[in-house]
Design a protein around this ligand. Structure first.
Ligand SMILES: Cc1cc2nc3c(=O)[nH]c(=O)nc-3n(C[C@H](O)[C@H](O)[C@H](O)COP(=O)(O)OP(=O)(O)OC[C@H]3O[C@@H](n4cnc5c(N)ncnc54)[C@H](O)[C@@H]3O)c2cc1C
Length: 317
């Protein structure tokens, strides 16, 4: 892990920065590259534009590690309203949630009840719910709550992280459920005892897991295979593998983050893949934004440019 990446991931965990940095103008402006705005309406108008280009979306209300259960309940209730708004607007938008936003740190059963209510409501309107994967101490609880939800409802999927040593075993155990799996590389600062520290090992793990997700057993079980990545080499290798295995492009679904690899998003649609863009909204964006910078430390130059532009504007004004 590079020094810059480590520093950005450490910043993502700082409560002080989370409190103070979002008030700084240039930080607020720089984050716009990755989110259309803090309001749900901002995400909805971005989603409408993407839908016209053949792209579906996934919405997430930013937030994690809530410490008050009434706040977790309110987040879950808010998502029920979002489902209705999406339906009324005719948007092809799924939902992605973090279980620590739904109260996992406080009361696992209440978190389960919040998740269950959302998945049930989503099923009633033909929608689908994704569960994000957070730091490694949450993996067991997340998979446990995922299993319980999946045993009751078909419209729920979970994210797995290729950097974790445990993920091949977790995937093998989930395949018989006919799950929805969104495979990602993994965004958190993890020790080498639980996660591959080297990018090349993470990439190799990603491809091996992708093959399992597109293998005969997974196909028979009805697994919904989603690849959450912007890595063009990985996307190309997965597509070649799928073609070689005689799979139609529509079976290989990609989810990418808003604002990243936009040409590739459209190219994948043209090639017959199902593609969704994950759009985040809400005011709790600092830790999430630091993880986005850490994924590509060159993004920090974008922030620096905003600082310089601010200075220039001030001098002009
Ligand atoms: C839909 C979706 C859902 C996700 N959900 C989770 C989750 O639940 N849990 C979790 O731990 N992680 C999640 N992630 C983040 C993921 O783990 C990675 O950190 C992130 O996707 C970067 O990895 P990559 O596969 O794009 O490959 P990388 O090797 O990091 O990047 C490949 C190339 O993509 C481009 N790129 C990647 N990231 C950026 C960026 N931030 N800005 C600009 N360019 C970039 C660059 O050109 C880079 O060279 C999610 C990612 C996506 C797309």
């Amino acid at each position: 892990m590079t020094l810059m990446r480590s520093a950005l991931l450490a910043a993502s965990e700082s409560a002080w920065l989370r409190e103070h940095a979002p008030r700084i103008g240039f930080v607020r402006r720089a984050v716009r590259r990755f989110m259309p705005g803090e309001r749900l309406e901002d995400s909805m108008s971005a989603a409408a534009g993407l839908q016209r280009a053949g792209l579906g979306t996934v919405f997430t209300h930013l937030g994690e590690n809530v410490t008050d259960i009434t706040q977790a309940d309110a987040v879950a209730r808010d998502y029920l309203g979002v489902l209705q708004r999406l339906r009324e607007a005719g948007l092809d938008t799924e939902i992605s949630v973090k279980l620590t936003h739904f109260g996992l740190d406080i009361d696992r059963e209440r978190c389960h009840a919040n998740l269950r209510a959302l998945v049930e409501a989503a099923r009633a309107v033909g929608n689908y719910v994704w569960i994000d994967m957070e730091q490694h101490p949450y993996v067991d609880a997340t998979l446990d709550l995922y299993r319980r939800a999946r045993e009751e409802f078909p419209n729920v999927g979970v994210c797995l992280q290729a950097y974790l040593h445990r993920t091949p075993a977790d995937l093998a155990a989930l395949v018989p459920l006919g799950p929805g799996i969104r495979l990602v590389k993994g965004a958190y600062r993890e020790p080498a005892s639980v996660a591959h520290p080297q990018k090349r090992d993470v990439d190799a793990s990603y491809l091996a897991l992708a093959k399992t997700m597109l293998g005969p057993e997974a196909i028979r079980s009805g697994l919904r295979a989603v690849f959450g990545t912007h890595d063009l080499a990985i996307i190309s290798t997965i597509n070649q593998h799928a073609t070689g295995a005689g799979l139609d492009a529509s079976r290989v679904e990609y989810h990418l983050l808003y604002g990243i690899q936009q040409l590739e998003q459209r190219r994948l649609v043209t090639a017959g893949h199902r593609v969704r863009v994950l759009i985040s909204y809400g005011d709790f964006w600092f830790p999430w934004y630091m993880r986005r910078l850490a994924e590509r430390p060159a993004n920090v130059w974008f922030v620096v440019k905003n600082v310089l532009d601010t200075g220039r504007d001030r001098r002009r004004g």
